[in-house]
Design a protein around this ligand. Structure first.
Ligand code: NDP
Length: 507
């Protein structure tokens, strides 16, 4: 590996390791004008893939699951090289997720997408058979962010493929290597040519993809998500959006403080805090506030940060995306200037040519500070004292975001009641982030955190066209309601309606 000296050519993407600044690899950059041809290839390959059926597709997805596990070291090192995250973060939250997702969708797609028989309720439908069925949409465009090249970019292709679609993935131009490696893995696992294609390019390539595909699955910032939605409106292309977050944690006075502190530290610092469902703000009831803050500060100051190597080499890696370092620095500086206590960290560093932000604990913060109102997306945790659960809920909901949340308390029923009051698409009690691994639970943000969801039944049905079938086997030559209208028949129908619905009891 050598440091890049010449400027990149317009037809290439040069990937650098954020933890070292070293050149990793160069890959061809797709021009926006070439995206249509790529999608056409995916479209041509789709019917045969659909025709393989759930069993045929499932077999290939299970082989891919095996391939991911057999090649986990190579995949982890690729992810580490282009993101600067730790080997452990790559293995647990990326490879662990995708390995499970291949098996989950291979197993559950046939059931979730099977024909559904529906009972008719209207008297007009007597004798009819009603069925809902799902057909793949065709070509799904997946646009992904840089923070999880495997989980959040590639991962969304898995249910799309399981449903019988082709997928064209546009990864972030900062992290294209993992998506390309997965093309190799899928080919070796027997995926037919062109069913999964990678459009490694910039935002303009993303826009071109929106114009060409049958549906867009987008994960990224709220600002870009809005642009994606506007673009998709031109072609009325369906869109599912997984966007930014500012996840709160509420620690109730009866919580197991040690577990809550460990969870807060892990869920805020894991992946260097560059996770959509990172815990970014913590509201702690006054009686345990000082104890909680002390424990979190001690645990965060013990974290090892540096250039990631193999398993266990460091706890917190680098900042993947250069502009994000400025956002994190600004939030911490603004909090410091407004009177927050910076108990640990609070500075950027450029050790060994990489870009890092020290794991940081902010205490005594309030909602006038950007660290509590804007997405920080770095290794920081901001902690605020609250007088009671009501204040905690009010502040947790005082946000344009509503991705996920967590509540800690020993009285689990009470903690659950608090969790139910939080405006977020997912809420954990005595846990944080773990719902992401519950592939059977839909996950989608409220408010500015998204539209639609991944996982669960909606997480694969969104990749399908839904068709309703009404099947009439035996019927008279002419139905009673057909032309010509006659006063006597219409009056009879009116009487029947009265008999049927007149008591306000029928559904
Ligand atoms: P961005 O919104 O900057 O980029 C996301 C993707 O969109 C990238 O591939 C980007 O390309 C592409 N893109 C940029 N402009 C356009 C455009 N006009 N049309 C189509 N595509 C475009 O997000 P980040 O990569 O910075 O990711 C971080 C964000 O993602 C955070 O806000 C985080 O919360 C969110 N996120 C949400 C998740 C969730 O599940 N809700 C999960 C993970 C992250 P390029 O990078 O090449 O410019």
């Amino acid at each position: 590996m050598a440091t890049v000296e010449r400027p990149p050519r317009s037809d290439e993407i040069r990937v650098e390791n954020p933890a070292t600044g070293e050149f990793v690899a160069s890959v061809p950059r797709i021009a926006p004008a070439d995206v249509a041809a790529l999608v056409a290839r995916a479209r041509a390959a789709q019917p045969a893939w659909e025709a393989l059926g759930f069993d045929g597709r499932g077999e290939i997805l299970r082989r891919a699951q095996k391939w991911v596990v057999e090649n986990s070291d190579r995949i982890a090192r690729t992810i580490v090289s282009e993101t600067g995250k730790t080997y452990d973060d790559a293995l647990i939250a990326e490879i662990g997720y995708v390995a499970s997702a291949f098996g989950f969708w291979a197993k559950h797609a046939p059931r979730i997408l099977a024909d559904e028989k529906v009972r008719a309720s209207s008297p007009f439908l007597v004798g009819r058979r009603l069925v809902v069925r799902y057909r793949p949409l065709g070509v799904i465009g997946v646009i992904g962010p840089w923070n999880y090249p495997l989980t959040n970019s590639f991962g969304d292709c898995i249910p799309a493929l399981a449903a019988g679609n082709s997928a064209v993935l546009k990864p972030s131009q900062s992290t294209p290597l993992t998506s390309l490696l997965m093309a190799e893995g899928l080919r070796e696992s027997g995926l037919p040519e062109d069913v999964y294609l990678v459009a490694a390019g910039d935002g303009a390539a993303g826009e071109a993809l929106i114009d060409e595909v049958d549906m867009i699955m987008f994960t990224g910032s709220t600002a870009t998500g809005k642009r994606v939605l506007e673009r998709a409106a031109r072609t009325l292309t369906p869109v599912s959006l997984e966007l930014g977050g500012k996840d709160p944690m509420i620690v109730l006075a009866d919580a197991d403080v040690e577990r809550a502190a460990n969870s807060a530290v892990y869920a805020s610092m894991q992946n260097g805090g560059q996770t959509c469902v990172s815990i970014e703000r913590v509201y702690v009831e006054a009686p345990i506030y000082d104890d909680f803050v002390d424990r979190v500060a001690r645990k965060v100051s013990a974290l090892r940060q540096g250039v990631p190597d193999g398993p266990g080499s460091v706890d917190v890696g680098a900042m993947t995306f250069a502009p994000q370092l400025d956002v994190v620095s600004r939030h911490v500086e603004e909090a410091r200037a407004a009177g927050a206590r910076v108990l640990v960290g609070g500075r950027a560093s450029h050790q060994q040519g990489g870009r890092f932000y020290a794991p940081t604990v902010l205490a005594d913060v309030d909602h006038s500070m950007s660290c509590m109102t804007e997405e920080t997306f770095g290794p920081t945790v901001a902690i605020m004292r609250v007088s009671d659960a009501d204040e905690a809920v009010r502040l947790a909901n005082d946000s344009p975001y509503g991705l996920a949340a967590s509540v800690f308390g020993k009285d689990v029923a009470r903690a659950e009641q608090v969790a139910r009051r939080i405006e977020a698409g997912a809420a954990c009690v005595n846990d944080a982030q773990l719902n992401y691994f519950a592939l059977e639970l839909p996950m989608g943000g409220w408010k500015e955190s998204g539209m639609g969801s991944r996982h669960g039944a909606p997480g694969i049905r969104k990749y399908c066209r839904q068709q309703s079938l009404l099947i009439t086997r035996l019927a008279p030559k002419r139905e009673i309601h057909m032309f010509p209208y006659r006063a006597r028949t219409t009056k009879l129908i009116a009487q029947a309606l009265k008999l049927f619905y007149g008591r306000g009891k029928r559904g």
